[in-house]
Design a protein around this ligand. Structure first.
Ligand code: HEC
Length: 345
């Protein structure tokens, strides 16, 4: 009884929460749906997709066969005049042995195929030249590029991972708080991020494009709004992006943006970094090149100047419980802050 009451309360609380948040936190338009995992786009994902299809086909075939046999058995049943005859061995037992034998062989073959697939995707054919560290936070992703010999190409960004197309890329996975899981369905399987441990994963994209990623281990209230994007680019575009991201923020020129920067120093710098300024907060996304990102707050919104101000003022409505407070701003403050954030290309 107590359990039922508890379940009912939770369901009720969940529906109230859903109603309260559904208007505010719609997925950002243009973010690809997750059913894209049926269309693998790289060598770490293709073998697992084929395995998935094979096991699905096998499950459908076995269920259909069992259903057909069941129907045949029902259609052919005869009323027995003598109940003792029911227990007489009429050779039916042989079918049970055959059935068990066949399914054991099929299951064993599936196991071997699954193990071979695991082996195939365990490591890329070539040693990756690029390693990216991804740290999961409640509820966003810190992305660190740190392995370039030229320090100008090493930096921290958030929620958007760029990779060169056709190259295997090693991803080192960490967590800053609880267990999350890193999943880019089109590029690879899921790997957990565990506090105090470094897990590894590799991804590779065959074609340039934007691939959606998502946290796939329940990690709290905003788990569903913990998305990210992987952008696969030609080697030249990737290098250009990496050089641009490595730069510090440009000094501001307009009076409005300067006022916004002062406000940022007072109200935001405790949590956020903007490289090249005094803002050095380390517990929130690096905003040095905020304007270059397509999405905001781990996929909750598209990144437009209006959405940025909406997010700053209503973070707790858009992502309830997120670790960014809603911050009240006067119209003049909002305009100045918006001018400043727009300089962060
Ligand atoms: C107490 C810490 C804290 C303060 C203060 C704070 N933020 Fe944040 N901010 C966060 C966290 C944490 C996130 C990530 C939230 C998420 O996506 O769940 C975030 C996300 C953001 C984002 C989205 C970044 C991205 O990559 O999508 C922007 C923009 C932003 N904050 C701007 C501001 C501005 C401007 C201020 C000051 C007016 C501010 N923040 C003050 C903690 C803070």
């Amino acid at each position: 009884m107590a359990l039922r009451g508890c379940v009912a309360m939770r369901t009720c609380a969940a529906s109230v929460w859903l109603a309260a948040t559904s208007a505010a936190a719609q997925p950002a338009p243009g973010i690809a749906p997750l059913n894209y995992f049926l269309h693998a786009a790289g060598p770490a994902a293709v073998p697992t997709m084929q395995l998935g299809w094979m096991l699905t086909a096998l499950a459908v075939a076995v269920s259909s066969l069992v259903a057909v046999l069941l129907f045949i058995a029902i259609a052919r049943r005869r009323p027995h005049a003598d109940p003792a005859a029911l227990h007489a061995d009429s050779g039916g037992l042989a079918w049970i042995y055959i059935g068990t034998g066949v399914s054991s062989v099929v299951l064993l073959m599936s196991l071997v195929y699954a193990l071979m697939t695991l082996e195939t995707v365990a490591a890329p054919a070539r040693q990756p030249n690029l390693t990216i560290t991804v740290t999961a936070y409640d509820w966003w992703w810190k992305v660190t590029y740190s392995d370039a010999p030229d320090p100008a190409c090493n930096f921290v960004t958030a929620n958007e991972i760029h990779i060169p197309v056709g190259e295997p890329v090693k991803i080192e996975l960490r967590s800053a708080d609880v267990i999350h899981a890193f999943w880019v369905p089109q590029l690879a399987g899921k790997t957990q991020t565990i506090p105090g441990q470094i897990n590894q994963q590799w991804i590779e994209a065959d074609q340039p494009g934007t691939y959606r990623g998502q946290c796939s281990q329940f990690c709290g209230a905003q788990h569903a709004h913990m998305a990210f994007e992987v952008v696969a680019q030609s080697a030249q575009d990737f290098d250009a992006w990496r050089r641009a991201q490595g730069q510090a923020a440009q000094p501001v020129s307009s009076a409005d943006a300067a006022a916004g920067q002062r406000l940022f120093g007072e109200r935001c710098a405790g949590c956020h970094t903007v490289r090249g300024t005094d803002a050095l907060g380390a517990q929130a996304p690096d905003l040095t090149h905020l304007d270059s990102r397509r999405l905001l707050a781990a996929g909750a919104l598209t990144n437009t100047p209006a959405h940025r101000i909406d997010w700053i003022q209503h973070a707790q409505r858009i992502k309830p419980d997120s670790l960014m407070p809603s911050i009240a701003l006067t119209a003049a403050d909002a305009a100045a802050l918006s001018a400043y954030l727009s300089t962060l290309h």
